[in-house]
Design a protein around this ligand. Sequence first.
Ligand code: C2E
Ligand code: MG
Ligand code: MG
Length: 768
Amino acid sequence: MKLQKKQLIYSVVVAFAFFTVYLIIYAFHHRDKNELVYLIFNTYALIAVLLSFLIVLYRERKAKRKKEADRRRLTDMVRNLTAPAMLWNNTFTEAVLNDALTALSGITLRDDFQPNYVIAQFFGRKDLTAAEIDGLIAAKHKEYPFTDAAGKTHDLVWNTCAVETDENGVTWLLSIGMDFTDIRTMQSEIEAYSKALSVSRGQHNLTMELMDVGILLIEQGNPRMFPSEKLQSMLGMPAAEFTVQALRGRIYPLDTVTYDQYVEIMRNHMRNFLHKTESIELRICAADGQYRWYSYRFKVTESNESGRLVAGGSVIDITQEKAKDAKIEQIAYEDAVTGIPNRNKLMRMGKELYQATGDLGTKYWVIVMDIDRFHLINDTCGYSAGNELLKSFAGAVVKQLSFGGFAARISGDNFALILRDTGDDTLPEKAVKRVQRALAKMATGTLASRSLTCSAGYARMPSDGESFENVMEHAEFALSSASDIHGSIRRYTSEMHDSIIQESNLEAELTDAVMRNELTLYYQPKVSLETGEVMGLEALIRWKHPSGRLLSPGSFIPIAEKSQLITHITRFVLNEACRQAKLWQTQGVKPVVMSINFTSTDFYLDNICDLILAALQRNQLDPRWLEIELTESLALKDIDITIARMQELRQAGVQLAMDDFGTGYSSLSYIQRLPFTMLKLDRAFVIHMDEDPVVQEIVRSVARIAAAKQIKTIAEGVETPAQAEQLRAAGCTYAQGFLYGQPMTAKETEAYIRKNMAEHPAGGTTHT
Ligand code: C2E
Ligand code: MG
Ligand code: MG
């Protein structure tokens, strides 16, 4: 291009020179000097006009080409965005939708495509005023409901920015839509997108600044960091001050250790992380002076230009998610009646303390207490008096805590107290006696005529057991060995080993039970909260013990898990559930999804997928009618194996439910990572929902996040119509619980479904 321009100028100068020489020769020939001046003047004026015209023409064409190229680049950029995006102008004459937005909205770009109609679909009006457009740009996130071609409503949050205004005053706007619940997915997309653009090119700032996502680049060996403008404003730190040391000054004191570890990695071991995606979560002092949680997801790459290692990625504010996680944790680990930690928390803490005995050489007493004849208080004085007593008792137990101890309500009237063993063997007895004295004083009001006593059993940790569970079992055994003597306090001794023998008896009996077909399946219905139709059944195992009792899984599954028996039990459940489901289908019962429960021992068997598929094949059951319920802690045991197995099962068409959501780690992010089709909210949510609006909000957002991922939600343990209504209003899809039916025999279940079919003759929809 440059060469052509030079040649042109050169040719024009040469032409001028020739022409001037020609004119001079011509004038000398005619010997008329006036005519010569006149001729030269006229000719040069003409040439000047011609040249300026040509230059104007050339410039205009060049500007036009540049504008076209710019627009093309912009359009390409919009098309390349994986997030739904639209490029449009404020005269509503053009609108470019990328594939993601076309797919989401179902709007196809036909010949009769009306830009203003499309804009109206997204922003509610087709003739937005200049002020409204300014408002759209000024509001960082503007949410508009949008109904797609299939009639489904989405809550799209739009980020809009003005890209350019052309000479005709037409402003081009770029709007990027996102589902705000899905921000984590967006984050990785932005990361991938901004990585694809070279860092030196300015355009990527546009995308970054649109989102509430900061971008941070770190170069190995460089104490300076490179924040995007958004990140600078999020933290109130200008780029010039953004150094490793300055940022450290902003880190929450408890998180500085984590920060320093990462700084060390970035400084000396960055290469180990090449091409890997890593993330770090820290509390940092934000622009408003408050500590907020931020997540930095980054990838290490090698810079093409300098050959240095560069870590680049996005920073998002996860304070709200963290608060929700904390609330979920509170629900999972707090006892609803007394407000002190529950059994889940006890088991977790106990394991940590047991670990500490090995690491730090500390010792503990594990005491288990039980209020004598508590059921009589409940029966004769009522539940509220019983609950009040439990609360006061919990208070008395907690009072015994010294540094490093722990107290929890295990269940019913069962409490645990862990105390540091400082060498005084009488400490547990003294503590229990103090609780007993406090308890005796609680016999006031409706309980005035009662003599209130409690019994206790205790064991020493670690010497009385090879794990925390084991120590607990022994303390509980010490308690139960004297349960008939009120107010007794017993220390576990090895003579009490009968309990172990008892357990092994149960194990032997269970082995026989599998052979003797004493195991059977009960089924509990899952119904649609919208219509009341049965949509699924959960198969729950029962043991018809020769003594005539019907044993619940809680009493024998843990024993079976300790041996290979669990695998036999699971094979039985898998086959029986498939057989029964198929049988009902052939007998004209409405097909519903059959769910079964797995323990981690089963799920991590090498051939588990083959076993499942073989059971389906053997019983000729279509995989979509089978659902496997996995708990979150099971799924997280080995995340890579879990994802691979879950994907294999999903590909085969089997459904996957996350069981007991809210009792484990319960981070919302797992819903995003694991291919579940159903999320089962634990009963704890349902219980707390009644009185706590925050729980309602959590249920609502969990249901919403799940729905965004096409995951259905079901609430467990629904017992009252009020709970069902609250769950329905919160966006939960299904419910399971005593309100709809207890676990029933196969015969009762069949009758139940047939009755339900008669009540819903138009039914037939299922949760596939
Ligand atoms: P889960 O999977 O969470 O099963 C739900 C449990 O909640 C069932 O107890 C059910 O009877 C009980 N439930 C249902 N509705 C209500 C309600 O409205 N209120 C109350 N308070 N409880 C309700 P179940 O049958 O005792 O089972 C306990 C656990 O044992 C199950 O928890 C499951 O994890 C496990 N389990 C059951 N069957 C099997 C099995 O075949 N294999 C394995 N590995 N585990 C099983
Ligand atoms: Mg279950
Ligand atoms: Mg459950």
